[in-house]
Design a protein around this ligand. Structure first.
Ligand code: PLP
Length: 420
C-alpha cells in the first residue's frame, strides 16, 4: 500500500498541530505507522490522499450511521446553506430537532442543543450538581465522557489507548469530586453511596460502554444503577453520545428499558456535523438559564447547518425503522465468525474483537487484551482495504451503507489477517 502522500502531509501537520492531529485517537500511535489523510467518503467507503480505498468501520467514530454523504443529509445541508450559516437567534428547525429527539427518547422531556458530546456531559454534570446541591459524581473506569476536567479520571478512549493514566492539568480538587468505580459492579456503587451519604449528585454511565472497546452491561446492572440512584437522591445520567440512535432509535435506554433522569447525546444526532444535546426530566431541565439559575450557553449552539443535518438523520431513521434490522443483521454476520483466542462483544451495530480469551466485562478484563496482536491485525486489515479504529479499546461501527458484499469482503479479509 502506497501512503507516501499521507506521510508527507503528516510530517507537515506535526510541525503545526500537536501530534499532527486535532484529536488524539486519530494518530496511529498504538498501532504504529502514519495516520491516513482522507480525501473523500462515499457510502461505506473512504478514499485517502494516495488513492487507496477502504471499507470504513470507524464512520467518523460513530456519527455516520447512514454512511458517508447520505443523499438526505446532503440535500438538507444544501438547502440550509442557502438560508445562512449562523444567526445566533432561534430558528424553527431547532424546535423540530428537539421534538424529533423527544419522540425517539421519551425520557427527554426537554432538551438543550450544544456543539459536542463533551459539552453535553459537562453541562449535564453541572445541572445534576445544581439540582441536587451535591458535588460528587460516580463514573466508571474505562468509560469516556469527553474531555471534561472531572470526568477524565480513569477515562477510556484515547487515554486508555495512549496509557495516559493521570489527569495532568486538572486540579486535584476537581478529581476529588469524582468517584471512579469498576464497570458492571453494582455492589461497588452501593458501597460508594453508603460511604458518601447525601454527597453524590449523579452516576454517569455509558449504558453500553464503547470507549474501552464495546462492553455491554451485564443483566441487571443498569436496573441496579436506576434503583440505587433513586434510593439515594442522586440522578442517573445515561451518556448516550455513542449509543443514542445507534443501538436502537431510542438508544440504549430503549433497548434495555431503563428511564434515566438525564441523557447526553452527540455523534449520530448531528448526522456528521458538530451537534451535542442533553436533556431529561422537565423539572430538572427547567433549572437551566434563562428558565432557571444554572448557566450554560453557546454562540453556535443550534447552528442551522448542524441542525439541518441532524434533523435529516433523525427523520430518515424515523421513516425507516428497518435500518436497525439491517444494522443488526450486518453486524451479527460480521461477528458470527469468532477466531480462536478472541472475545467478540457486540450490541447492535457496535462491536469489538478483543484479543483475549477471557470475557471482557470491565476495564480490568479489557486491559488483558494483547495489543501487539491487535496491532498486527489492524495493519493486515488496512493492507486489505479495511479501515478499523487504530486501537484495541474502541468500538467498530457498521452503517446502513455497508452492503452484504462489504461484509463478506471484510470477513474474508479478517480470516486472512488471522491466519497471517
Ligand atoms: C465520543 C463520546 C463523548 C465525547 O463526545 P465529543 O463530541 O467527542 O466531545 C462523550 N461520551 C461518549 C460516550 C462518547 O462516546
Amino acid at each position: 500500500m502506497n501512503s507516501s502522500r499521507s506521510e508527507e502531509l503528516f510530517r507537515e501537520a506535526r510541525k503545526i498541530i500537536p501530534g499532527g492531529v486535532n484529536s488524539p485517537v486519530r494518530a496511529f500511535r498504538s498501532v504504529g505507522g502514519t495516520p491516513l489523510f482522507i480525501a473523500q467518503g462515499a457510502g461505506s467507503r473512504i478514499f485517502d490522499v494516495d488513492g487507496n480505498e477502504f471499507i470504513d468501520y470507524v464512520c467518523s467514530w460513530g456519527p455516520l450511521l447512514l454512511g458517508h454523504r447520505h443523499p438526505d443529509i446532503v440535500a438538507a445541508l444544501e438547502n440550509a446553506i442557502d438560508m445562512g450559516t449562523s444567526f445566533g437567534a432561534p430558528t424553527e428547525q431547532e424546535t423540530e430537532l428537539a421534538e424529533a429527539i423527544r419522540r425517539a427518547v421519551p425520557s427527554v422531556e426537554m432538551v438543550r442543543l450544544v456543539n459536542s458530546g463533551t459539552e453535553a456531559t459537562m453541562s449535564a454534570i453541572r445541572l445534576a450538581r445544581g439540582y441536587t446541591g451535591r458535588d460528587l459524581t460516580i463514573k466508571f473506569e474505562g468509560c469516556y465522557h469527553g474531555h471534561v476536567d472531572s470526568l477524565l479520571v480513569k477515562a477510556g478512549s484515547g487515554m486508555a489507548t495512549l496509557g495516559i493514566a493521570d489527569t495532568r492539568g486538572v486540579p486535584a480538587a476537581f478529581c476529588n469530586t469524582t468517584i471512579a468505580l469498576p464497570y458492571n459492579d453494582a455492589q461497588a456503587v452501593e458501597d460508594a453511596f453508603r460511604a458518601y451519604p447525601d454527597k453524590i449528585a449523579a452516576v454517569i454511565v455509558e449504558p453500553v460502554a464503547g470507549n474501552m472497546g464495546c462492553v455491554p452491561p451485564l443483566p441487571g446492572y443498569l436496573e441496579a444503577l436506576r434503583d440505587l440512584t433513586e434510593k439515594n437522591g442522586a440522578l442517573l445520567i445515561f451518556d448516550e453520545v455513542m449509543t443514542g440512535f445507534r443501538v436502537a432509535f431510542g438508544g440504549a435506554q430503549e433497548r434495555f428499558g431503563i428511564r434515566p433522569d438525564l441523557t447526553t447525546m452527540g455523534k449520530v444526532i448531528g448526522g456528521g456535523l458538530p451537534v451535542g444535546a442533553y436533556g431529561g426530566r422537565e423539572d430538572i431541565m427547567s433549572l437551566i438559564a434563562p428558565a432557571g439559575p444554572i448557566y450554560q450557553a453557546g454562540t453556535l449552539s443550534g447552528n442551522p447547518l448542524a441542525v439541518a443535518a441532524g434533523l435529516a438523520m433523525l427523520r430518515h431513521l424515523e421513516a425507516h425503522p428497518e435500518v436497525y434490522d439491517q444494522l443488526e443483521a450486518s453486524a451479527a454476520k460480521l461477528c458470527a465468525w469468532v477466531p480462536p483466542g478472541v472475545t467478540v462483544n457486540r450490541v447492535g451495530s457496535m462491536f469489538t474483537f478483543f484479543f483475549t480469551e477471557v470475557p471482557v466485562t470491565d476495564w480490568e478484563s479489557a486491559k488483558r487484551a494483547d495489543t501487539e496482536r491487535f496491532g498486527r491485525f489492524f495493519r493486515a486489515m488496512l493492507e486489505q482495504g479495511i479501515y478499523i479504529a487504530p486501537s484495541q479499546f474502541e468500538a467498530a461501527f457498521v452503517s446502513a451503507a455497508h452492503t452484504e458484499e462489504d461484509i463478506e469482503k471484510t470477513i474474508a479479509a479478517a480470516r486472512e489477517a488471522f491466519t497471517a
